[in-house]
Design a protein around this ligand. Structure first.
Ligand SMILES: C[S@@+](CC[C@H](N)C(=O)[O-])C[C@H]1O[C@@H](n2cnc3c(N)ncnc32)[C@H](O)[C@@H]1O
Length: 277
């Protein structure tokens, strides 16, 4: 490693999930204080053997949104979309964070029908609302959503696996990511430009194995700037929540080269540890 990570890029954790061993009396936990929460209460999150339980990656994504909350409020989003909502922990947290009073709409999709049902229960248990749709990413919604999504959040299936494991509709769909864990991620990168509004922000969870610097370069070539909002590391892996937004300065003609042009918003030193790891 020849360049240090720029620690300014890393935002300290702001969220500690509250875990309770008592999952039974869910209704009695819905109180005014619960409804004032800025993230979902793990005790109220639905569960199912075929649905991904909120884990470190889910918490990191919600931490990133909480860290960015003031900016998110300033942007005044009209439509927030989560792809791959699983238990509903993230979309519920976003709805609690930004509220519904200002007419913000929330939409979530998943390819797993059990996840759709669990997400609906999680939203209901927190007293918030989102449209929840069973589909492959945004299949069938492309035209309706084109250019309208102000906040896009994704904790994708990112574990490197064989390609045969990708594309199911059960619990394997939560983690099976194909080569470099990029199969579903790359499909998402291909549709972001069409989905996001001009002021839209895109938050994506990645592992080092997913080659996040390459992901940033792909997005840069589409005219998106990027930044790390949260990083969590273990001895084996680093997990990052990346944020992307449109920036005309990012559009470059050097497609196919290995190094992006530097720009006012590109902080390549922050990605040096990925290149060298
Ligand atoms: C890692 S889990 C994340 C779940 C939840 N967002 C969270 O953070 O706890 C990934 C989710 O993406 C869903 N998924 C995988 N491929 C999908 C696809 N092509 N379209 C929609 N959802 C998909 C899985 O079913 C799973 O619920």
């Amino acid at each position: 490693m020849d360049e240090a990570v720029d620690v300014e890029a890393l935002v300290a954790p702001v969220h500690t999930p509250q875990v309770s061993s008592n999952h039974t009396k869910i209704q009695s936990l819905v109180s005014p204080s619960t409804l004032r929460r800025k993230s979902a209460d793990i005790r109220l999150v639905g569960c199912h053997s075929e649905v991904y339980e909120p884990c470190d990656d889910s918490f990191a994504l919600v931490d990133a949104l909480l860290a960015d909350r003031v900016h998110l409020e300033e942007v005044q989003p009209s439509l927030c979309l989560e792809l791959g909502c699983g238990s509903g922990y993230v979309i519920t947290s976003l709805a609690l964070m930004l509220g519904e009073g200002t007419g913000i709409q929330y939409l979530a999709t998943d390819i797993n029908s059990a996840a759709i049902e669990v997400t609906k229960k999680t939203l209901e248990a927190h007293g918030v609302h989102a449209e929840v749709i069973l589909t492959d990413l945004v299949s069938g919604l492309d035209k309706r959503l084109a250019g309208t999504v102000d906040v896009l959040v994704v904790n994708p299936p990112y574990v490197p696996t064989s390609e045969e494991e990708v594309g199911g509709d059960g619990i394997a769909a939560a983690w099976a990511g194909g080569e470099h864990g990029r199969t579903v991620i790359d499909r998402i990168l291909a549709i972001v430009d069409n989905l996001l509004s001009s002021k839209g922000w895109f938050y994506l969870v990645t592992l080092t194995a997913n080659k996040p610097s390459e992901i940033c370069l792909i997005m840069k070539q589409k005219g998106f700037a990027s930044r790390i909002i949260v990083q969590r590391s273990t001895e084996e892996e680093s997990l990052h929540v990346l944020k992307f937004w449109r920036d005309p300065l990012e559009i470059t003609t050097d497609i196919g080269t290995s190094q992006p042009h530097l720009s006012s918003t590109w902080r390549f030193s922050r990605l040096a540890f990925w290149k060298n790891s």
